[in-house]
Design a protein around this ligand. Structure first.
Ligand code: SF4
Ligand code: SF4
Length: 114
């Protein structure tokens, strides 16, 4: 930090443009804190932040691999898929971002299970 130099206007402009691009992608603002799966004990064992990460990658990169990752997350029978959500709401009570997890899981199911 000895030669600390704040970002100049050009650099700040670049940061602003990147932020705008990310916002325009309408990604799920999940921080992957995992409270929803560690504190709420989802009765269906749904790996919520991992499913959201797959959905975000799908939206950002339109990458066919995201379907493969989605299937890996739910394979094995221990972890429910997005459409297994029974809408009990336990996860939403502990989410610090106040995400509408039940609704978002429906979107995830539409993307990967249709
Ligand atoms: S609302 Fe769905 S994802 Fe959330 S804890 Fe209940 S079953 Fe799990
Ligand atoms: S609690 Fe909310 S922000 Fe944290 S991992 Fe779960 S969905 Fe994402």
């Amino acid at each position: 930090m000895k030669d600390f130099r704040p970002l100049d206007e050009t650099e700040l402009d670049a940061v602003r443009k990147v932020c705008e691009i990310f916002r325009s992608l309408d990604l799920i603002p999940c921080t992957a804190c995992r409270y929803c799966i560690e504190e709420s004990s989802c009765p269906k064992g749904i790996r919520i932040p991992d499913l959201f990460a797959a959905k975000n990658a799908h939206e950002a990169f339109h990458n066919w691999n995201t379907g493969y990752y989605y299937n890996n997350i739910i394979t094995g029978g221990e972890h429910g898929k997005a459409s297994d959500c029974i809408k009990c709401g336990k996860c939403e009570k502990v989410c610090p971002q106040h995400l509408p997890i039940r609704q978002l899981l429906q979107d995830v199911a539409k993307t990967f299970e249709a």
